[in-house]
Write a protein that binds this ligand. Structure first.
Ligand code: ADP
Ligand code: MG
Length: 150
């Protein structure tokens, strides 16, 4: 699916709609340049899952865990030195666990991610306009994608 948003609130609203459609074990790969709106998307997503604290935006930490209706694993691969760092924190356990993983800069670690996943590609169109393309690879995430109501 392809959606244009006109401001961060609309991107957060779209992310809430995606969050309503996912199942435990979902993996959302976020792609897009710095300032595209990846973290903004995670904020809306976590809100919908009733995360107990707001999602932080600085990109210094590889993984933050939020507790909500499902555990939320927020990865940011921006400063990752190599995929071995993912092994160091046991990322596989999170990707294959019963929470929901969202990975910023997922294109940098694509080979380390399970093949069945949802991709959210965010493109900067104008100051407040973004184009989001959401697609799924694999049957599990295709099913979740089909449930998004927007
Ligand atoms: P990233 O994590 O991709 O680097 P952020 O979500 O941290 O990006 O930042 C996106 C910035 O763009 C925020 O300052 C946000 O307010 C702004 N913005 C403006 N329009 C939009 C939009 N339509 N969707 C998302 N963010 C937007
Ligand atoms: Mg970010």
């Amino acid at each position: 699916m392809e959606v244009s948003t006109r401001g961060p609130d609309e991107t957060r609203a779209l992310a809430r709609a995606v969050a309503q459609a996912v199942e435990p074990g979902a993996l959302i790969a976020l792609e897009g340049d710095l300032g595209a709106g990846k973290t903004t998307f995670v904020q809306g997503f976590a809100e919908a899952l009733e995360a107990q604290e707001p999602v932080a935006s600085p990109t210094f930490v590889l993984l933050r865990v939020y507790r909500g209706r499902l555990p939320i694993y927020h990865f940011d691969a921006y400063r990752l030195e190599g995929v071995h760092e993912l092994d160091d924190i046991g990322a596989e356990e999170y990707f294959w666990g019963d929470g929901v993983s969202l990975v910023e800069w997922a294109d940098r670690i694509a080979e380390a991610l399970p093949g069945d996943r949802m991709r959210v590609h965010i493109e900067h169109v104008g100051e407040n306009e973004r184009r989001l393309r959401i697609d799924a690879s694999g049957p599990r995430h295709a099913r979740m994608l089909g449930r998004i109501r927007w």
